[in-house]
Ligand binder design. Structure first.
Ligand code: GLN
Length: 405
């Protein structure tokens, strides 16, 4: 790999400027500046559709050591809008490595910058909050780049599912096991799904029907010979408060008693479907070492996160909703942010649906939260009866208004 020495410029929307070197493709890019504290898993980060329109700053000082392989991508392309690293590896060293990180960024046209003080940049974002940023290898004047940063799109209020979702439905077959060929059939709405999610479901005997984000309730109920055993909403980019169609879809499914499991964006939309608001966190949670407590078991798990928004739900009491009794199942021990929701038949009653704000499918690990896929299987098992095509009750509560942090 040849090292680049072309100058590059990074300007935040509040005018703070960093100068470094071109890394990856040359050109100019804009997005929301966010930082990730993951020490490993940069390939999974780059290809996670939830990072669409975000410029990711890596706090790990040395990035790219293991190159890029053909097995680990979470989707067919890199989604980050830009990439910021301190010190790119000069040599890729791993038996699976097919090419260097720099070559991959260039091949996919992703503009990055290296050689900047990522610690100072991260501290700035932590204090001032996530904000818009521009990176350019063609502009040398920070003032002119700043004008374009200020003209670029904001993350708050932006709906992005249709830019990342699959164009057509596809099936990930169940892996045969002690259950026979398959155990369950699940409709999974792709709001930016990562490849490891259907993989972990398939390993548990789930046949996963991945549907586009525009799926209707009829398309969901048409999955499986007799309707799906469960409904799943994936992770995904954008502001959950700007998403309405999928909230309505979820309310229809909950009204028909379809067991539901959601991850990240799927947790936020579950919250909205239950009538809670969502809000933007100051700088969000992105990394692979976040402590989360499961309030049902009292156990603490170390988990992977990637979220800039969160659900605004009370942690001190359960909430009556049109679909059952909702409560906060998981909290982040760093800042008490809601990390999971559950819906029960009545207070202390049987579980009907649940979701988490973090990533049980985390491919770079940690794997503490993988049990949630088993919990989904247990839920579908327990609620065995297939959903009916008639709503069990008319949804009545509208999602409450959103709060901006
Ligand atoms: N990984 C995700 O699903 C992210 C959800 C949402 N876009 C957020 O930033 O909070």
């Amino acid at each position: 790999m040849t090292r680049r020495t072309a100058p590059a410029l990074l300007v935040l929307e509040d005018g703070r400027t960093f100068r470094g070197e071109a890394f990856g493709a040359e050109g100019e890019t804009f997005g929301e500046a966010v930082f990730s504290t993951g020490m490993t898993g940069y390939q999974e980060t780059l290809t996670d559709p939830s990072y669409h329109r975000q410029v990711v700053v890596m706090t790990a000082p040395h990035v790219g050591n293991t190159g890029i392989n053909d097995e680990d991508p979470e989707s067919a392309r890199i989604w980050v809008a830009g990439y910021v690293v301190r010190d790119p590896a000069r040599v890729s060293s791993n038996w699976r490595s097919a090419r260097s990180l720099d070559d991959e960024l260039r091949a996919q046209g992703v503009v990055g910058i290296s050689g900047i003080d990522t610690r100072a940049l991260t501290r700035h974002l932590r204090e001032r909050g996530a904000m818009r940023v521009g990176i350019s290898t063609t502009e040398t004047d920070p003032e002119r780049l700043l004008e374009r940063v200020l003209a670029s799109g904001e993350m708050a209020g932006t709906e992005l599912s249709d830019e990342v979702t699959t164009q057509s439905a596809y099936v990930v077959p169940a892996r045969p096991g002690p259950w026979g060929d398959k155990r369950f059939t699940v409709a999974a709405v792709d709001l930016g799904i990562k490849a490891n999610t259907p993989r972990m479901m398939a390993e548990r005997g789930i046949e996963v029907h991945v549907l586009p984000a525009t799926a209707s309730i009829d398309e969901v109920l048409a999955v499986g010979a007799d309707g799906p055993d469960g409904l799943f909403f994936s992770n995904g980019p954008g502001d959950p408060a700007a998403t309405t169609d999928q909230v309505a879809l979820l309310q229809e499914a909950l009204g028909r008693d379809v067991p539901y499991f959601g991850i990240c964006f799927g947790n936020q939309l579950f919250g909205r479907a239950l009538g809670f608001g969502t809000y933007k966190l100051t700088y969000g949670h992105r990394g692979i070492n976040q402590p989360v407590m499961d309030r049902t078991t009292g156990k603490v798990e170390v988990t992977a996160h990637n979220h800039g928004f969160a659900v605004d739900a009370p942690t001190d009491r359960a909430t009556e909703t049109a679909y059952g009794v909702a409560s906060v199942s998981h909290v982040c021990l760093n800042d008490d942010v809601v990390e999971g929701l559950e819906l029960r038949d009545g207070e202390g009653g049987a579980l009907k649906s649940f979701s988490v704000q973090y990533h049980p499918e985390a491919a770079a690990g940690p794997h503490d939260a993988a049990y949630l896929f088993d919990r989904f299987c247990e839920l579908m098992d327990a609620r065995g009866a297939r959903p009916t095509s008639q709503p069990s009750s008319e949804p009545s509560s509208e999602p409450s208004s959103e709060k901006e942090a």
